[in-house]
Design a protein around this ligand. Structure first.
Ligand code: ATP
Length: 319
């Protein structure tokens, strides 16, 4: 069995330094929340498997080749000849504003069904990592997420769910109806502070809204809740009453996209290494900082011997 099994949609990503224009210099890469997590884990030396569907096309081959090159186990990934690989275009419209366009309706990944992930589930894993994005791709993917969570729970795996709410794909109400039934299977719930109301009853009027939302999640059966707070760091609470918080590392911000996925990879890495909660949170925070301080969603993520790199003084040249 692998350490972590995950699945979802990974797309061709075309990134432009400005607006889309004839002759623009594009940077091509692959993007997918779950595969970002798998890459982060593989770089830290964990055995991470990504089981998803791509089309029988150049973007699909790029996705599989890239994941394989990063050391992610793709033996349970599959090619669907009847649908294309999804794609996204990212325009750095002005200095601090990015505009993203997607072509993912009817993509190979949206055709995923529980049968597609059965073989991967049969292989076994210590941790199943799910995100709220996969369930938004369509009824088949949502069923696959539910079946995977139930299987993992029944077999005593750790189940991690990153809420990762995508307003473009579904409303908060739709996401809540789809994700709340999974809570009894979830061991570790990871969410941004603003995503908590999606999966927990929103007490938006009260000053302690977050506290009460986390209470409700722990009561629903989640063992630990990890809240991401962007540039303010992150927090942890568990059912035994433990609480931890960590301030974000001070790093130059290059590209914040992917910080949440990097954070998840760091947290799960700490879990696999048997670290106590505060140290898991610290590793998650470190990986989030690597993601914001480097270009690309996952390209700047550290190898294990690089975990301490951000402690170096700004401007350090390692010789
Ligand atoms: P995305 O969806 O863009 O991947 P997210 O909203 O899920 O991101 P954030 O809360 O923005 O996730 O960031 C995740 C974690 O990354 C934070 O909890 C923190 O540990 C780290 N992080 C984010 N922004 C910064 C920053 N400016 N400086 C240092 N660390 C950061």
């Amino acid at each position: 069995p692998v350490d972590v099994l995950t699945f979802g949609e990974t797309m061709l990503a075309v990134q432009l330094p400005g607006s889309l224009a004839v002759g623009a210099q594009a940077r091509t890469t692959v993007a997918g929340a779950e595969s970002n997590v798998a890459i982060g884990l593989a770089r830290l030396g964990h055995r991470a498997a990504w089981a998803g569907l791509v089309g029988d096309d150049e973007p699909g081959r790029l996705v599989l080749r890239t994941l394989r090159a990063e050391g992610v186990d793709i033996t349970r990934a599959a090619v669907r000849a009847t649908a294309p690989t999804g794609a996204m275009l990212r325009e750095q419209r002005v200095a601090d504003l990015v505009r993203v366009h997607y072509w993912r309706d009817g993509s190979a990944a949206s055709l995923l069904t529980p049968a597609d992930i059965e073989p991967a589930l049969g292989d076994g894993a210590r941790v199943l990592h799910l995100t709220g994005i996969t369930g938004a791709l369509g009824p088949g993917p949502l069923e696959a997420v539910g079946a995977a969570a139930a299987h993992a729970h029944a077999h005593g795996w750790t189940v991690a769910l990153d809420v990762n709410h995508r307003q473009r794909l579904w409303t908060a109400d739709e996401a809540g109806s789809a994700l709340r039934p999974l809570l009894p299977y979830v061991t570790v719930l990871i969410a941004s502070d603003d995503e908590l109301p999606v999966v927990s009853d929103a007490f938006t009027e009260s000053a302690d809204a977050e506290e009460r939302a986390v209470d409700a999640l722990l009561e629903a059966g989640v063992r630990e809740v990890v809240v991401k707070r962007g540039g303010e760091g992150a927090a942890f609470r568990d059912r035994r009453g433990a609480r931890h918080a960590v301030a974000a590392l001070r790093v130059p911000v290059r590209d914040t996209v992917g910080a949440g996925d990097a954070f998840c990879a760091g947290y799960l890495s700490g879990l696999l290494d048997g670290l106590p909660p505060a140290e898991r949170l610290a590793r998650a925070n470190t990986l989030g900082a690597f993601a914001v301080a480097s270009d690309g969603d996952w390209e700047g993520l550290p190898r294990r011997d690089e975990l301490g790199l951000l402690a170096a003084a700004p401007g350090t040249a390692i010789r």
